[in-house]
Ligand binder design. Structure first.
Ligand code: UD1
Length: 376
């Protein structure tokens, strides 16, 4: 009986923590008892701990400390470690977010143990099976409550035969996080810190780069091609590059400007916490990225984005030319970036309610009313 009204919420990788923060705070407001389980997929302080601290969510109730490994090993190990936690706590609902290995691993445990499963960011599809995240989206087959960020997600789920009563278009919790932490983000001093020693005027105009997809960083030829394009762009404006650990390992094997001294305007930094990353992104003229979440954040902030992939699971970002898909074509990346930076192409963002910053409240409201009907 003790666990009957318990909700376990799972985080594993950096983007999960950002998405979970507004959910945690909204659930608290709605009186829903949310307990956070961290799988330990990301374990560095800069990839995990700093997010808990900055976003003011309590350190996880349980840390499964799974660490790194191959995809199958990591997914299986999370399942193995999560099962006894579920058996002991007997939650009435397990809530997972996004599309990382931790998401699908815990979704499988929920389904196998007959626990109701809610998936936040359901329905997104890149239709590219070579991406591990697309495989992980099988989570939607298992989920009972599917919370969707944009209309394309609803269409995808309906086509896949998900019963309409399970699908809830609630908007994007990434917009909630931007709204919730907006004041703190505006106080970030990261730009001043980063420009120290580089320029007396700071960064009047700059780009931000993030890169971590296996397809871009695991093949040295692709990574070299992208980095050559970035070097060319950095001849025009400074490029700030917070380097993901996966990319850091790979960059060592390709020749880059890192270590060339004060000449280059390509500024490598360690991974940034949420507040500083958004602080940097909001002032940027352009984002170059292969991250799904960063594409969306740029869209919401009105920062033009060039995506170094052939597909996106977030078609809304493409509307009005806010985001363009360029793959890893060196010439195209340079051409498109310089066109945007020269002001020759203006991107326009329409306002959509999906990014109004109230998605987590809608999720809490739907779960509250289904609990009242005896659903959880
Ligand atoms: C994972 C997610 C991806 C998400 C990304 C955000 C999957 C399949 N991928 O990719 O969807 O966009 O997180 O960052 O779940 N490492 C560290 N410290 C850490 C974590 C990782 O050094 O705290 C290193 C490890 O050497 C590891 C590598 O980074 O092998 C990759 O980490 P992993 O979690 O496997 O995948 P990501 O590339 O981070």
């Amino acid at each position: 009986m003790a666990g009957r009204r318990r909700i376990l919420a799972v985080v594993g990788a950096r983007p999960n923590i950002v998405k979970m923060a507004p959910i945690y705070h909204a659930f608290k407001r709605h009186g829903l008892p949310l307990e956070i389980v961290h799988t330990g997929q990301h374990y560095d302080y800069r990839m995990s701990g700093v997010f808990f601290r900055q976003l003011k969510i309590p350190a996880s109730v349980v840390n499964l400390a799974v660490g790194s490994g191959s995809h199958a090993w990591q997914t299986a190990e999370i399942m193995r470690r999560f099962e006894p936690v579920v058996a002991e706590r007997r939650p009435s609902l397990i809530l997972v977010v996004g599309d990382v290995n931790s998401t699908v691993a815990c979704a499988l445990v929920a389904a196998k143990m007959g626990i109701r499963l809610a998936h936040v960011e359901a329905g997104l599809r890149s239709f590219d099976r070579s991406m591990p995240e697309e495989v992980n989206r099988v989570t939607d087959v298992l989920a009972d409550d599917l919370f969707v960020t944009e209309p394309a997600g609803v269409r995808n789920l309906k086509k896949e035969g998900v019963p309409p009563e399970r699908i809830h278009l609630v908007g994007d919790v990434l917009a909630d996080a931007l709204r919730l932490y907006g004041k703190v983000i505006r106080r970030s001093e990261i730009l001043r810190d980063l420009s120290k020693g580089h320029s007396r005027t700071g960064f009047p105009a700059y780009c931000v780069l993030t890169l971590h997809r296996p397809a871009n960083v695991d093949d040295p030829r692709t990574l070299r091609r992208i980095m050559r394009a970035v070097q060319r762009i950095a001849e025009t404006v400074p490029v700030i590059f917070p380097v993901h650990p996966r990319t850091q390992q790979r960059l060592q094997s390709v020749s880059t400007a890192q270590g060339r001294g004060g000449e280059s305007r390509l500024h490598f930094t360690a991974p940034l916490g949420y507040i500083d990353f958004i602080g940097v992104l909001s002032g940027a003229k352009l984002l170059l990225t292969d991250s799904g979440g960063a594409q969306q954040e740029a869209f919401i902030l009105g920062v033009p984005c060039l995506t170094l992939r052939d597909t996106t699971e977030r078609p809304l970002t493409l509307v009005g030319g806010m985001n363009r898909l360029l793959g890893s074509d060196e010439k195209l990346i340079v051409h498109e970036a310089l066109t945007i930076l020269s002001g020759q192409r203006i991107a326009t963002r329409r306002d959509y309610w999906y990014v109004d910053g109230h998605a987590a409240d809608r999720i809490a409201g739907i779960l509250c009313s289904s609990r009242c009907r005896g659903g959880t």
